[in-house]
Design a protein around this ligand. Sequence first.
Ligand code: HDE
Length: 728
Amino acid sequence: MTPQNKAAAGRRAGTKAGDGSNAKQQQLEGFTVEHPPTLTTNQGLQIPDNHNSLKAGVRGPTLLEDFILREKITHFDHERIPERAVHARGSAAHGYFHVYKSMSQFTCADFLQDPDAKTPVFVRFSTVAGSRGSADTVRDVRGFAVKFYTREGNYDLVGNNIPVFFIQDAMKFPDLIHAVKPEPHHEMPQAASAHDTFWDFASLMPESTHMLMWAMSDRAIPRSLRMMEGFGVHTFRFINSRGESHFVKFHWKPKLGVHGLLWDEAQKIAGKDADFHRRDLWEAIENGDFPEWELGVQIVPQDKEHSLGFDLLDPTKLIPEEMVPVQKIGKLVLNRNPDNFFAETEQVAFHPGHVVPGIDFSNDPLLQGRLFSYTDTQISRLGGANFHELPINKAVCPFHNMQRDGMHRQTIARGQVAYEPNTLGSGGAEFRVDGGSNGFQSFPEEIDPPKVRRRSPSFDDHFTQARLFFNSQSAAEKEHIVAAFRFELSKLEVPAIRQRMVDNLAHVDEKLARRVAEPLGIGEPDAKAAAGRAGFRDHRIALPIDESPALSMADTGDGSIRTRKIAILVADGVDSASLKPIRDALEQAGAQCKVVGPRLGTVASASRRQIDVDMTFANTPSVMFDAVLVPAGTDSAAALAAIGDAVHFVLEAYKHCKAICTVGEGVQLLSTLGIVADSDAPAGVVVAATPVTNLGDATAATQIAHDFIAAIAKHRHWDRANIDAVPA
Ligand code: HDE
């Protein structure tokens, strides 16, 4: 058992402190009461019977007097709190962050100084539109919120997995969210943007075009939370000890690369395992495969603010990495699952305004609006102004102030004095307010403008970066974007909205717009019509680059197959000599293999060995895996070929462009695709014709495993021909 598994087992057995009871002892002014480990009421009274309410006779009515029953049911009645207005569905983990080298040149933030210091973190990933119980693999932006428990106070980097946003000004946020959430008259659809109100709004807000390109890409259907980038989105400031400011954009780069699902796969997973991402994160951490990201920064000196051509304050723009490189400055590791979902993942309260000295805001009008919203929402969601006292939100450094009382106050503030300045309490001296240079200092930016309710004209280019994004995608990524737009717009009931949207897309790329429009039963995209509509802006800026390879997900990651899930299909008669050595090599390379068969228990190999079956075709479909191995064996191959679910399993994996390896007779599972032992195998398919008897020969097995591992490491083989014809 790994240390992590032990921790998990301990957690399950409830042997750790914090097991849900107010357990061992209560302290009151030095008076300690030891409770025996029995069930009690919240007042500490032992409960004699937890199965029966107090009744007038065994068959009589329940008595109102039963305070034990009342307490239990009343507490239950109030178990639910309002879910987050957005980002309601989330999964989180604990971990740590450390910086590679001191960043003192740019920032005085304490946690970015000492490479030997580890800062504890709690990270919550989320979808935006869906309710708490919605599926994980819906098409949506993912939240990527990091709470650093620094020695100077909590710092929250509350970002997304997409580096730009739909809107430029906080004023439009409630409209955006009302448009994307289920429609108010019938509360449909759940956790989906493919409906009229979202696209009605988006098509009328050309500033959303850049983000729409990202949201229609595979970034919005990640393979795993561990395989997505994170971005601070807004421009922030680093402030160093001399008070100098540099603009900064934050990035999280996953060690495992950036990988997506196919849309068909994502939809099927939503039904087969709505907790797909949550489970994947949890299991990786329990298995000791701790997810890792590097923190990257793009730094722009204060005096270069206007040198990029676009406005740094505009959250619909990113800084291409080819213009300002991302410097990797530290590492984030997630190594511990929460003990209690509600107490930690649900009650954690992030806020972009939780900053530490050395980090400051820019005037991005979207960020400025967020600075108000987050405390406000926690007050209603967590029931009052004391949510910072919940264990998951508490700073690790002490805090002192004269704030008092409120709902659910935990702190017992002592003494007579709750004001400052004072002479009556020790607080007068201890809680000194230093008017000097200590503590958090806002950058003293000179501001002397008129009051205006207007958008800066420097925000007026809505298409150049959308085009840059599209141009930077691989051929397969472009195809997926076209397909996603087609799918979403095809779900609309009002054709005029589809038309408006493709008219806008014509300003990104005419061919893209035409291709999206093709199957939608509408007219040709009309760029001129789009340009005539209210809200349309087209003050194009010249970028020094036409493509930014860093915007593509292709070929990212360290080339390993660590944590990838491989299905091994078996039936009675499977050739264990072709199974074991390949499985060993895959596991050696860090993959996780599961044996899938027609029934649980075991199957008998051709040589009469018992092979454990982990899953069945009925309970675990191919969409749960990254790759499929079909070992040799005359009888097993024949049996599998006769099971519709097994054939479908392989066809579906093929259609989803996953790596497949067949050994000897296993190739029969691919016969409907016309693939036979000595044909040229399509990309990502390893057909090992090696006679079964030779597989005892380690070299043959090693070569097959090597080829299969190389195919899995490519993530997917998007360029397979005639995928649409595959019946799966
Ligand atoms: Fe949020 N956002 N947001 N947001 N946001 C919330 O706060 C809001 C925005 C983001 O795991 C809420 O505690 C406004 C951008 C994440 O708990 C709420 C505006 C980005 C999370 C809120 C934005 C985000 C939230 C809901 C425009 C990426 C989940 C519950 C002015 C940089 C954090 C809550 C978690 C959550 C408001 C725009 C990221 C209502 C008003 C841009 C990751 O306060």
